[in-house]
Write a protein that binds this ligand. Structure first.
Ligand code: RB5
Length: 145
């Protein structure tokens, strides 16, 4: 189960990604927003990220105008490792090396075709573990300081 959320700047892109997920039969919960009315990305990130941190959902797909604001909000939630990506290499490597559990995209930065490539890379790439586990563990330690 994926957790989806966006503000108004990412709403249309989220809708396009939902269409792709529906076609693929990939389950998700959309934590809002549910229309294009202006709203605040920290509010929208919170419920989706709590679902991932609480293990109700496996990973989050988050959207705002740039992908940046919502990634900043997501990374404030303990247990969330969110990456704002606009290229496939980064979307793949943030899974392989950072064990990212939230992919953030900008509706004013990437089009729907590229967004779907990013989502595919993010969903199909496994964490490599090994030396990267030590580094990801250190990220968790930073949350406790
Ligand atoms: C909203 O206008 C915009 O600031 C927001 O979607 C996001 O891009 C912030 O990082």
């Amino acid at each position: 189960m994926l957790a989806l959320a966006s503000d108004h700047g990412g709403f249309e892109l989220k809708q396009a990604v939902k269409q792709y997920l529906d076609q693929k039969g990939i389950a998700y919960t959309d934590f809002g927003c549910h229309d294009g009315e202006a709203c605040d990305y920290p509010d929208m990130a919170e419920a989706a990220c709590q679902a991932v941190a609480g293990k109700t959902c496996e990973r989050a797909l988050l959207f705002c105008g740039t992908g940046i604001g919502i990634s900043m909000a997501a990374n404030k939630i303990p247990g969330i490792r969110a990456a704002a990506c606009s290229d496939s290499y980064s979307a793949r490597m943030t899974r392989a090396h950072n064990d990212a559990n939230a992919l953030c995209m900008g509706g004013r930065v990437v089009g729907p075709g590229l967004a779907i490539e990013l989502v595919e890379a993010f969903l199909t790439t496994e964490f490599e573990g090994g030396r990267h586990s030590r580094r990801v563990d250190k990220l968790s330690q930073l949350e406790k300081r």
